[in-house]
Design a binder for this molecule. Structure first.
Ligand SMILES: Cc1ncc(COP(=O)(O)O)c(C=O)c1O
Length: 352
């Protein structure tokens, strides 16, 4: 019989053996044509292309853990280049429906970058101006990208990290509440809802219900909370693990060390199976391997998530247990490339 490989896998149209009957062959071909057409997406707006990202199998990592499958959800393939397109779009759509975002208001939020790119793209597509408050040391590339959409940037003290940006943003909104719509991604239930409605369902469908573990990094925690909730609704024994930096001073942009941070209101660690403390070096090493061995040039938080997944996979393999581990790659590495000229310029001062 024809055997179509899993939906979302790059080999999904590969025929492994000959069809037993012409009818079976015709049925399978019709199905593969449907899949092909589903992939040839035609959109009315760029926002229609948010979500429905592929999953990819990581064969070189699987070799280390016999009996365990390792997959990654390619969130860097969203139109804004990151997982944050999902949360930003859900928060903005829900606000428009609730009339909290009306014409003339500016979307404002604190963001370490990816959510800012997402707001900028969606604001551009829907016609709302965007102001972003970000730490002054956020990567040059992300400053350039957001500015290119016409977004206004306000810088908080680099030493205060993402929490400093949150505090400054709240102050600006309190001083001028009618001018702004403040989605507040750290407290907004639409953030995890985006992943409950999208990411979790997609992973379930893409693995044909075989997923046993979901492992991903935490920033606002929207991804892990929403995806985890949905997967556990499908099957209670699916394990959901968060990965956080092991230290307050870390090099995993986009991720939060909860013990030293303002804890997001949407974060409910009691719903998780556990939190893995990830050293920066371990995450960076895995990111390097992903580029060189799998051709995946992803950000360091992706390396951290996969490193967490591999720790679980090694434990399973050591006890000869099977598993289907799905991790998630939030963005690509090129978002963090530095312009050489930036090194000669002092960082922008807070509030400018
Ligand atoms: C690079 C990167 N990784 C991971 C995350 C974590 O996503 P979440 O905010 O849904 O926890 C973010 C969030 O901004 C991010 O930018």
């Amino acid at each position: 019989m024809f055997r179509l490989w899993r939906l979302g896998c790059r080999d999904e149209f590969r025929v492994t053996t000959a069809a037993e009957t012409p009818r079976a062959a015709a049925g399978q071909l019709a199905q593969s044509e449907q899949i092909r057409r589903a992939r040839l997406r035609v959109a009315e707006s760029i926002t229609d292309l948010i979500g429905d990202t592929p999953i990819v199998r990581l064969h070189t990592f699987e070799r280390e853990v016999p009996g365990v499958e390792i997959w990654a959800k390619c969130e860097f393939m969203n139109p804004g280049g990151s997982v944050k397109d999902r949360a930003a779009y859900q928060m903005i759509r829900d606000a428009i429906r609730a009339k909290a975002l009306i014409s003339g208001k500016t979307i404002i939020d604190s963001t370490s970058g990816n959510t800012g790119v997402a707001y900028s793209l969606i604001g551009g597509a829907l016609g709302y101006p965007v102001t972003l408050v970000m730490p002054a040391n956020v990567s040059w590339a992300r400053q350039q990208i957001t500015r290119a959409f016409g977004t206004k940037l306000v810088f908080s003290d680099a030493m205060e990290g993402s929490d400093g940006a949150i505090v400054l943003c709240r102050k600006m909104v309190a001083e001028n509440p009618d001018a702004y719509f403040y989605p507040d991604q750290y407290s907004n239930p639409s953030n995890p809802l985006a992943h409950y409605l999208g990411t979790g369902r997609e992973i379930w469908e893409q693995t044909e219900g075989r997923v046993t573990h979901f492992v991903t990094g935490i920033g606002t925690s929207g991804t892990v909370m929403g995806t985890g909730r949905r997967l556990k609704e499908y099957r209670r024994d699916i394990e959901v693990w968060a990965v956080e930096p092991d230290d307050a001073l870390h090099g995993l942009e986009g991720l939060k060390h909860m013990a030293s941070s303002l804890v997001p209101a949407i974060y409910h660690p009691e719903e998780l199976n556990g939190v893995i403390a990830m050293p920066t070096e371990e995450a960076w090493d895995v990111s390097d391997r992903l580029a060189k061995e799998e051709g995946l040039l992803v950000g360091h938080s992706s390396g951290g998530s996969l490193a967490g997944g591999m720790r679980i996979a090694r434990k399973l393999a050591a006890t000869h247990k099977p598993g289907v581990i799905v991790t998630l790659f939030p963005d690509r590495a090129d978002r963090y490339f530095e312009a050489p000229v930036q090194k000669q310029q002092p960082p922008p001062s807070p509030g400018k």
